[in-house]
Design a protein around this ligand. Structure first.
Ligand code: AMP
Ligand code: FE
Ligand code: FE
Ligand code: ZN
Length: 286
């Protein structure tokens, strides 16, 4: 059984529609796929309408959160929520707030770049995004490719959009303990996404992961393309010490990233444990 528990559609910053994503999952030989768009569940109904025979789809989302780093200071962390009730009022409100934040922030980043003479038009960029879509830096990266400023999304991040860059604008993410409580209250399961992806910016320490486990975190994403072997080893030890689920996933974003579907996978035992814990939504299957 091949299980990939972290993927994005064009409802956030991927490039496949939910239906295309499921087709590509079948083509990649997957039996289970989780749809985890950033700060939205808008792709769930489309996934439910398109689910092919033989594929099981786990409804989920990747929540933008803020945490202490454990080194003095804060950083962004991503929390994967699975099988939660998408209509829980707290989740509807918080995801809506974050999508509004995201729009404002991408618009501000585009304006900063235009003020420096780069040929990006913030108004066109924002007008082309669906009104309630979770805008992200990959959308600005696409605009920069369109304007001939860079050739790839990765180049846009390296030159302009990375979190330490002069055009980066922070958004107000959800305090991670509040997000864990919110997902649990909606019957969901919480897995910390790519906790030690050091190339993305500041990350949390082992002590913070341990503290989040005490605060109710259910699992950690161990096998992720942005983790090298030492980080995976560390996370496995932490997961064993704190009884956390261990997942493996591709973080596929279609053409916006080099990650391939099924590049990293989750064991059937871990998947069964996760399924048994989620009570707010059902796995989607034909
Ligand atoms: P944002 O959600 O606006 O903070 O942007 C972060 C998103 O950008 C992540 O979820 C990734 O999908 C994407 N991203 C980050 N770094 C890169 C990169 N080097 N190449 C392509 N996509 C990236
Ligand atoms: Fe993304
Ligand atoms: Fe992420
Ligand atoms: Zn992701």
């Amino acid at each position: 059984m091949r299980i990939d528990l972290h993927t994005h559609s064009h409802r956030s910053d991927g490039t496949d529609s939910p239906a295309e994503l499921l087709e590509n999952a079948v083509a990649a030989g997957l039996d289970v796929l989780a749809l985890t768009d950033h700060d939205t569940t808008a792709g769930w109904p489309e996934a439910a309408a398109a689910v092919p025979e033989g594929l099981r789809v786990v409804p989920g989302a990747e929540f933008s959160c803020e945490s202490e780093t454990g080194r003095g200071g804060t950083c962004t962390v991503h929390l994967l929520g699975y099988l939660f009730d998408a209509e829980a009022p707290a989740i509807v409100a918080e995801q809506g707030r974050l999508r509004a934040q995201r729009r404002e922030r991408v618009d501000r980043m585009a304006r900063l770049m235009r003020a420096d003479g780069y040929p990006v038009d913030p108004d066109t960029l924002m007008a082309e995004l669906p009104p309630d879509a979770p805008a992200g830096r990959p959308h600005l990266a696409r605009a920069l490719i369109g304007a001939g400023v860079v050739a790839t999304v990765d180049e846009a991040f390296r030159l302009f959009l990375h979190s330490r860059g002069r055009y980066h604008v922070a958004k107000r993410d959800t305090p991670v303990r509040e997000a864990i409580a919110m997902v649990h209250a909606a019957g969901g399961v919480c897995v910390l996404a790519h906790p030690f992806a050091v190339t993305r910016g500041p990350t949390v320490t082992r002590e913070v992961v341990a503290a989040l486990a005490e605060a109710g975190l259910d699992g950690v994403e161990v096998d992720h393309p942005d983790h090298a072997e030492p980080e995976r080893t560390d996370l496995r030890a932490l997961a064993r010490a704190h009884g956390l689920l261990m997942t493996g996933s591709s973080d596929y974003h279609g053409e916006n990233k080099v990650n391939r579907l099924g590049q990293e996978t989750t064991s059937p035992e871990m998947f069964e444990r996760l399924l048994a814990m989620g009570t707010g939504a059902k796995v989607i299957e034909r």
